[in-house]
Write a protein that binds this ligand. Sequence first.
Ligand code: MOS
Length: 743
Amino acid sequence: MSRARASGAPEAPQVLGGKLPRIDGPLKVSGRAVYTSDVSLAGMLYAVPVRSTIASGRVVSIDASAARKLPGVRAVYYRGNLKSFFRSAPAQGFSGIIEEKRPPFEDDVVRYYGQYIAVAVAQTIEQARGAAAAVRVRYAADAHNVEPHLATERPLDTESQRGDPDTAFQSAPVKVDQTYVTPTEVHNPIELHATVAAWDGDRVTLYETSQAIMNHRDVLYQMLGVPKENVRVVSHFLGSGFGGKLWPWTHSILAAGVAREIGAPVKLVVTRQSMFEAVGHRPLTQQRFRIGAGRDGKLVSLQQDYLNQTSILDDYKEDCGESTPFMYSVPNLRVASALVRRNIGTPTAMRGPGAVPGLFAMESAMDELAIALNMDPIELRRRNEPQLDESSKLPFSSRHVVECMQVGAEKFGWARRDPRVGSMKRDGLTIGWGMAACSWGAMRSDAQASVEIDRDGTATVRTATQDIGTGTYTVLALVVAEATGIPIEKIDVRLGDTTLPPGPISGGSWVTASVIPAASHAARAAVRALLTMATSGQNAPFKGVKPDDLQLGNGRVSRKSDPSSGVPLSDVLARANVRAAVGDGQSPSTFGGEESQKYSLHSFGAQFAEVTWQPETARLRVSRFVSVIDAGRMINPKPARNQIEGAVVMGIGMALFEEARYDKRYGAPINSNLADYIMSTNADAPAIDVTFLDHPDKVLNELGARGVGEIGLAGTAAAITAAVYHATGVRVRELPVRIEDLL
Ligand code: MOS
């Protein structure tokens, strides 16, 4: 079972709000952390899928005779010679979610390039690769559609409406009406998706790259047609996921099915190329924003009409209207959307799904409005700061957008900004400054945890969530340390296994907010059990004392009135003949819960970007970035800061580099490798100044913590393109910014 424990002593007695490095760090840098593709089992075989080389049509025939004769090849499976899979029943809550709902090989229709149509199994990965390449496939190809320009005949579906936005827009004295495009983006975590499936009779253990092991189990047992309790999913360490590993993909089902058929453990590691095809992406979006305002900058009408591409069979929607209805005060508003189908793999959530492309468009439109009004963009936003969520009519649990902008402006030196295009120079370079506001939902999902306090003075906390790499092991250790007084280095954290008490998905920036109540309740329950043992029972050291008058600290149970005295907790347990004091805790979801009916729950922020532009050499750089985030109380500011920094680096990629393109001739993602799909590197990352406002949000949990995994990406690209406009006078509305746009 997975465990991560701090090796050094914490630097200070202060537990929360300190700067504890990730406790799993030493395991990772020393190579002892076992990732899914590191799992090696006796007799394990390797599976390599055969990928469709058309984007639309039918498989006419598959000839595996040559492949089967190759050395080490054990089998080639395809539709007809592999036991078929069931579909997963419609999802309920956060259980049973799968984006690509059609199981592998269900029919002979090809709907996207790279769809798995067969799988080769061999003794080594090289042999399996060779066999997959030797499978001969005949297709009946149809015309495919991967056209990036989106259009639809049918009316859009209204998502949110108030007032009369059309009339208000028509009569508004100042208007912006523009369309913004964000391209297909691919998650590209460095760790490839992988599955190792091992059956024991009709029970299967799946080692997975999963951001949601409980859901993975809930989908896989249904698709494999075995009892729920027969599927165990393990995911101890993740080399990130960015949403691409939230829900199961076809390779996992295929690996499990093949392992069952062949009677041996099977490893399937998705290739980088396939990660552009068959494990989701952020779909292309096309958003028209119409904003009408008075000459005082007060918004009178806000309309967002957007389309996103999706696959042929599935209905993934990029929820670009996520923040539009509540971000600004405006009496007349409409958000409407539609899906446009293309021959592409099914899209999925990617870091800040919906809000990130949505805020690129809305914050760009707000910047354009500020320019039309000849008004400072911070002042424009300040004038439209809402008093409550005007769509739900609920108060915000905690909203400090104006303070984020003020603090950011001060840190950035915004007061020195000359708004005239191209007017600011430094060292022979033209400087551009831009800003954007941002938000991301703050929610909590169901979580359970258990805590044991052992005789040796250690504690173990268990919950079936997983650490995507953000510091979940560490946060759990901190919460238990805070609740028990047991030092961090004596706390063992066990995650990433469906045999543990059900924990939350690593998504939505929910984990921290979700696990805190469960883990701290469990820890307090374990302490209470220990104090009860200390006061009752034949050999109890504090017989007759009320448990409430005792405390646990420094490994000793003592009277609150006399903390210097006391009995080692090992004695308390030994005298009671109990191995460990145990406690369980749980916290209910805010989805549909009491809190979400009383409050509008979000994190907020303000992003400030500086770019330098050198027209002589066509060189554009992001040279400075200030991010101010209002996300409640930071439980562990160091990894929290890392999250914002990483998201800003990703935002630079979104603004300037990232884009997956489909080849019109073949329908294939054409830049499906890390050389041609450009992402930010260290050389592209400037100094990033991150500030957290400290306004604990006690609506979400007793510690007032929200999550920070996604918000750093929200608004970032809009701040950068605003800075690009300020430097160059060119407004880029279709990401990424290309040098040729600026010439
Ligand atoms: Mo996140 S896109 O919810 O992993």
